[in-house]
Write a protein that binds this ligand. Structure first.
Ligand code: AMP
Length: 327
């Protein structure tokens, strides 16, 4: 699929001697795995080229995968090819200098609401962007090299973004692509230890979330992580944001969300999730969007937050009224 676009991307990669890779801000496992994996593939396949992975933020949770490159001067962007991965809209890019590049390639799996880039390869049905990186490697297997380390990065992105191969977007192709990575001999035991082990303080925060969370009449579960709570548990932004994952799996709750108050302005970031039903249209009404069952939004008051909860509660009610088998 999309063979011509993939060929055009490879041709561009061959044409440039300097390539800068970037991703979205507030990174997750998928964009970190995909960018680090692609960097390794390009470095090993084209050792004569300068390949940089440049971003303005990173993730503590994925620190075990190692860091990224040190900033380079703005001048070096002018004749570089910039590849932006896993970023639906250019304003979400972590590296704000990406636009200085001579040409931009977008590779993504989010809904393409605001297309950008000289070449754009978007496959929305993929469970992770990392699937596309393996697909790209396999399409040009004779010309590209994938090391065990690259495979580890990309596999990490696949398992984290697909909820450990649990989401509906996972299909036979996902597992066929994952098998290519496993065949490189990656150490999955160590990977999962890094992904699952938690500091005891985080577990205390988790138990507090279960104490404070609320469930609406029709089954929306939510937690409001205000600044006070973040200070009490000494949480990083990432640890606070992770509260949404604690709420997954409560019977009867088809949607769950975490409101994370910003420390330095009056915005509150909303992380929204759902099972069976879609919630991205609601997120779009609150300065956000995203996937059908995983979206983000921003609200500016508790009143607005509760309005969002009420709308989602109404959507859950309607879904339950018109569907069966939702547990
Ligand atoms: P998050 O809760 O940050 O993991 O976001 C869930 C999904 O929604 C991600 O795939 C994001 O790309 C998407 N998303 C988050 N915020 C926005 C936004 N403001 N606009 C569009 N999509 C978003």
């Amino acid at each position: 699929m999309n063979t011509e676009i993939k060929k055009a991307i490879l041709d561009k990669i061959k044409e440039y001697s300097r390539i800068i890779i970037t991703r979205h801000s507030r990174p997750d496992g998928d964009c970190i795995g995909a960018t680090k994996g692609l960097r390794e593939i390009l470095k090993d396949s084209f050792p004569e080229k300068e390949i940089y992975l440049l971003n303005e933020d990173y993730s503590d949770y994925l620190a075990f995968l190692g860091g990224e490159d040190e900033p380079i001067s703005d001048d070096l962007y002018k004749d570089a090819l910039v590849i932006i991965l896993d970023t639906a809209t250019i304003d979400r890019v972590s590296n704000k200098k990406a636009v200085l590049g001579k040409e931009i390639i977008k590779i993504d799996h989010h809904v393409d609401i605001k297309p950008f880039g000289n070449i754009s390869w978007v496959e929305e049905h993929r469970s992770s962007l990392c699937e596309l990186i393996v697909d790209f490697y396999l399409t040009f297997k004779d010309e590209l090299v994938m090391s065990k380390q690259a495979a580890l990065y990309i596999y990490t992105g696949m398992v984290t973004d697909s909820g450990r191969f649990k989401t509906n977007a996972v299909n036979g192709e996902t597992l066929r692509l994952a098998s290519v990575l496993l065949d490189k001999g990656i150490d999955t035991e160590s990977l999962y230890a890094n992904l699952y082990m938690e500091d005891f303080g985080v577990l205390k925060f988790k138990s507090y979330v279960y104490k404070k969370m609320k469930i609406t009449e029709n089954g929306v579960c939510y937690i409001y992580v205000d600044r006070k709570m973040q200070k009490k548990f000494n949480l990083t932004r990432e640890q606070a944001s992770n509260a949404v994952s604690f709420l997954d799996g409560i019977k009867g709750c088809l949607s769950w969300m975490a409101f994370i108050e910003n420390m330095n302005d009056n915005a509150t970031r909303v992380r929204m999730r759902s099972r069976f039903m879609t919630i991205n249209k609601i997120a779009e009404q609150y300065r956000g969007g995203g996937h059908e069952c995983a979206s983000g939004a921003t609200v500016y008051s508790k009143k607005e937050a509760m309005e969002l909860v009420a709308k989602t509660d109404e959507a859950v009610k309607e879904y339950k009224r018109t569907h069966t088998g939702w547990l």
